[in-house]
Ligand binder design. Structure first.
Ligand SMILES: [Fe+2]
Ligand SMILES: [Fe+2]
Length: 336
């Protein structure tokens, strides 16, 4: 019997009887729930600003999930990073098949240029960089700008679909007016009929904090979702679907003192605390959070969010791989 197994394995063959434990009753992710505190990230990114030149690459701190053995991954499908651009700096134009979002944490008036359009960014704005779009960044202001990057790098690597290309020039040529996509597609429910393209990723490159906050405020007295509070998904203006084929972006508000009910679902998420103080209990572990903290949620982990302040609202931004999970018919959810 032992000899048989050795010959099998040498031939690249395994018996299903050896693998039964991999058919788990429910997802058992290697990725773990983890929090990166703002105080630590802030000190590190500032030190990076002093010791690491922006060079040909980005000055971005990649958050590695402690459960994923040093892989470039914050969850099994997504990477989150904290990026700093100092006054006067530019980040060279490149493109890649992984799709990216930026959520602006600090600094007013730096830009991301996407396929010839400059998008000027303010704190709380969400900026998209679709797959294979040329993009560069610049900070012409006199203060540093810090944002969270979110990309589907681990998913693209798993699918063996990674392509990367550096542009010849430092900046991709500008062909459109600044914030052109916001003028065209940012009217909320009004889609220009003469625009015939229906890209997979949202053609609206910037979702402003001003509009997001207004929407949160307008519905603050609604019941909202028992697990997610006053939660919005940012949507593709032409389809109403997720902003990106592989990642959805959410913003959610917890009212003062609000404690939401626990649930679990397939798909992973990375949360960025926009404002307020609260806690999330994930599979029995309590993660206290405040502005600027980054928190990961693995698939199928039981989680509940609470606002610990009795005075101020708490707001969480998140990226989620739910569009992939749903497209494959694998989304499942249950209340805790
Ligand atoms: Fe990039
Ligand atoms: Fe959830």
């Amino acid at each position: 019997m032992r000899d048989f197994h050795e010959r099998m394995h040498a031939a690249g063959v395994y018996g299903l009887w050896e693998l039964a434990s991999q058919m788990t009753k429910h997802p058992e992710p290697k990725a773990v729930a983890h929090i990166w505190k703002a105080s630590l990230l802030d000190a590190m990114i500032r030190e990076a600003g002093e010791v690491v030149p922006v060079g040909e690459e980005r000055r971005a701190l990649q958050l590695f999930n402690p459960g994923l053995d040093g892989r470039w991954a914050t969850t099994n499908t997504m990477i989150a990073a904290i990026q700093l651009l100092l006054p006067g700096e530019t980040a060279r134009a490149h493109r890649h098949t992984p799709t990216a979002i930026r959520f602006i944490m600090e600094g007013d008036g730096a830009y991301t240029a996407v396929d010839g359009e400059r998008v000027y960014m303010r704190p709380g704005d969400l900026v998209l960089t679709p797959s294979w779009a040329w993009h560069d960044h610049g900070n012409e202001t006199d203060t540093p700008v810090v944002w969270m990057d979110g990309l589907d790098v681990p998913l693209v690597q798993f699918l063996n679909a990674m392509f990367f290309q550096m542009h010849d020039a430092r900046e991709f040529p500008l062909t459109k007016a600044h914030n052109a996509s916001e003028r065209l597609h940012g009217a909320g429910g009004l889609t220009p009929t003469w625009v015939k393209e229906r890209p997979r990723s949202s053609p609206l490159l910037l979702y402003s904090w001003e509009a997001t906050w207004k929407s949160l405020q307008a519905l603050r007295d609604e019941k909202g979702d028992e697990h997610d509070g006053i939660a919005f998904e940012y949507t593709h203006p032409q389809t109403g679907g997720p902003v990106l084929p592989t990642m959805s972006c959410w913003i959610q508000m917890l009212r003062p003192g609000e404690r939401l009910r626990a649930h679990r679902h397939t798909g992973s998420a990375v949360y960025c605390v926009v404002q307020g103080t609260g806690e999330t209990i994930i599979d029995g572990r309590r993660f206290a959070w405040e502005k600027g903290d980054i928190l990961t949620l693995p698939s199928w982990a039981l989680h509940e969010h609470a606002n610990r302040s009795s005075r101020d609202p708490a707001v969480l931004f998140s990226i989620q791989d739910r569009p992939v999970v749903e497209a494959l018919g694998l989304y499942r959810e249950e209340a805790g």
